[in-house]
Design a protein. Structure first.
Length: 134
């Protein structure tokens, strides 16, 4: 999870996504990027060496600030095997429809020792995946 260092225009986001998707294809990386309340919530998967390189690249990218690694580990199967980088901008109305709470504070949710694996933001992420899959 990271904050935008400056508000990106839709055009900037589309250009960024084009670059990321091309790079991810070459590195065998898949994942999803959500924009929620000005914060990027990103889930990436792929070869461990490549994930480490991408993480280091993101941490040096001036478009991101306050980067927090929420979790890492090995998977038996990819969750987003068909997407070099899916993207969704999620508004408060959509959050409320999915998790029943409109005033979701990402900082409070992730930084106060809550169980990340059962967090409402992941409900938003998985709901989006289900929508794309159907």
């Amino acid at each position: 999870m990271s904050s935008q260092s400056r508000i990106m225009s839709q055009e900037s986001i589309e250009e960024f996504l084009f670059q990321v998707r091309e790079k991810n294809k070459h590195l065998a990386i898949t994942g999803i990027l959500l924009l929620i309340q000005g914060k990027f919530v990103q889930y990436i998967e792929g070869p461990a060496e490549e994930i480490d390189k991408v993480y280091q690249s993101i941490s040096k990218d001036k478009r991101h600030t306050d980067m927090i690694l929420l979790d890492s580990g090995d998977l038996n199967e990819r969750q987003f095997k068909n997407w070099s980088m899916a993207y969704k901008e999620v508004n408060n109305k959509q959050i409320k429809a999915i998790v029943g709470k409109e005033d979701l504070s990402l900082e409070d949710a992730f930084l106060k020792g809550k169980d990340v694996k059962n967090h409402p933001v992941l409900s938003v992420l998985y709901d989006f995946v289900k929508m794309l899959s159907s």
